[in-house]
Design a protein around this ligand. Structure first.
Ligand SMILES: [Zn+2]
Ligand SMILES: [Zn+2]
Length: 143
């Protein structure tokens, strides 16, 4: 659908346009916050056999190029998304690991001012909201 846009984004990032790279970008766009295993499954459904290592390599190249954002809440597996550059945050369910985007109130990093920066030049504040998602808050009906 947006293959052309993805191809030019890859070229602008000086990355060769390859089918695995296009497939990974499409998978992450359609499934925001997918983890590596999900991405591998989606890419395989699209392309057939692709090795784990190939998908890892593509995810790393895309993250390094800033086309994909890698997020890793403490104790959780890494997730990927194509929503980059807006400094949005995430709310994570402690119980099931569900994750959702929370717009940054300020819109750019760092959106929190350190009470004492100790002389550091602070360029980012990593904010993760932890809680319980609606599914996990709702009591399960008795079986
Ligand atoms: Zn949950
Ligand atoms: Zn996100």
């Amino acid at each position: 659908m947006t293959t052309t846009a993805d191809a030019s984004a890859l070229r602008e990032a000086s990355l060769r346009v390859t089918r695995p790279r296009l497939a990974v970008l499409a998978a992450v766009r359609e499934h925001p916050h997918a983890d590596t295993d999900q991405v591998i499954g989606l890419v395989r459904a699209e392309l057939g056999t692709v090795s784990h290592q190939a998908v890892y390599d593509v995810l790393r190249a895309l993250s390094d190029a800033g086309l994909v954002r890698r997020i890793q809440p403490a104790g959780a597996t890494a997730r990927y998304e194509v929503r980059v550059g807006d400094n949005h945050h995430h709310v994570v369910c402690r119980s099931c690991g569900a994750i959702a985007d929370v717009d940054c109130a300020v819109g750019h990093a760092p959106c929190l001012t350190a009470s004492d920066s100790h002389g550091f030049v602070v360029d980012e504040a990593e904010v993760v909201y932890w809680g319980t998602c609606p599914t996990c808050t709702t009591p399960h009906p008795p079986q």
